[in-house]
Design a protein around this ligand. Structure first.
Ligand SMILES: Nc1ncnc2c1ncn2[C@@H]1O[C@H](COP(=O)(O)OP(=O)(O)OP(=O)(O)O)[C@@H](O)[C@H]1O
Ligand SMILES: [Mg+2]
Length: 187
C-alpha cells in the first residue's frame, strides 16, 4: 500500500449534548485537557463560539439548528479523518440532527448525553438564559423550546448528581473503551 494512503484514521468525534448549563463546555474542556496530556490532538467545537463563526446568519428554528448541526458534523468529520479527537459541545435538541451527525461522521462517533434536569440547569444559569426577565424573550431549550431526549446515546452522564471530576473521568473512561486512549488504570 503506498504511504500516501496510510494517513492516520484514529480520530474520533464525541458529540456532547444536553440542555443549556448541563455542563457541556465544562466537561468538553476538562476531557480535552486530559486527552492532550495523554498525547492526543484535540479540538473542542463549542456551541456559541462555533455558531458565531459557522452560522452567524442562522437563528434557532428547528431548520436553522439542523443546518448548523450539519455544518459542525461535516467539519468534525474532516478533523477526525486527520487523527484529531473532536469534542463537540452543542445542545443538539433534535434527534434528527444527532442521527445526521452520526451518519456524516461514520463509526468513530459517539453521543454523550449530559443528562441534567431543567430545574438544576435553571439554578446554575451561568449565562442568565433561564432568567424570566431575559431580554428579547428568546426561547429557552428545555423550557419553551423542545429538547428531545436522546434515543441512542453511547454514554449518559448525570451531571446533576456528580462532580465535574467524576463526569470527566466517566467520559475519559468511555473514550478509552473506544480506543481513543489506552485503557486507564483501574480506580
Ligand atoms: N458534573 C458536572 N459536569 C459539568 N458541569 C458541572 C457538573 N457539576 C456542576 N457543574 C457546573 O455546571 C455548570 C455548567 O456550565 P456549562 O457552561 O459547562 O454548561 P453548558 O452545557 O456548556 O451550557 P450552554 O449550553 O449554555 O453552553 C458549570 O458551572 C459547572 O461547574
Ligand atoms: Mg457551553
Amino acid at each position: 500500500m503506498p504511504a500516501s494512503s496510510a494517513a492516520p484514521d484514529t480520530g474520533w468525534v464525541a458529540w456532547i449534548e444536553g440542555l443549556p448549563c448541563a455542563g457541556k463546555t465544562t466537561v468538553a474542556r476538562a476531557v480535552g485537557e486530559r486527552l492532550r496530556a495523554l498525547g492526543r490532538e484535540v479540538e473542542v467545537l463549542d456551541g456559541d463560539e462555533v455558531r458565531k463563526m459557522f452560522s452567524p446568519e442562522l437563528g434557532f428554528s428547528r431548520k436553522d439548528r439542523e443546518t448548523h448541526a450539519r455544518r459542525v458534523s461535516y467539519v468534525a468529520r474532516m478533523l477526525s479523518r486527520h487523527g484529531v479527537v473532536v469534542l463537540v459541545a452543542m445542545i443538539t435538541p433534535y434527534e434528527t440532527s444527532r442521527q445526521a451527525a452520526r451518519a456524516t461522521v461514520g463509526p468513530r462517533f459517539g453521543e454523550i448525553w449530559l443528562r441534567c434536569p431543567v430545574e438544576v440547569c435553571r439554578q446554575r444559569d451561568t449565562k442568565g438564559l433561564y432568567r424570566t426577565d431575559r431580554a428579547g424573550g428568546a426561547k429557552v431549550t428545555g423550557v419553551d423550546d423542545p429538547f428531545e431526549e436522546p434515543l441512542a446515546p453511547e454514554l449518559v452522564v448525570d451531571t446533576a448528581t456528580e462532580s465535574v471530576v467524576a463526569s470527566t473521568e466517566k467520559v475519559l473512561r468511555f473514550l478509552a473503551t473506544q480506543g481513543v486512549v489506552p485503557p486507564l488504570p483501574a480506580r
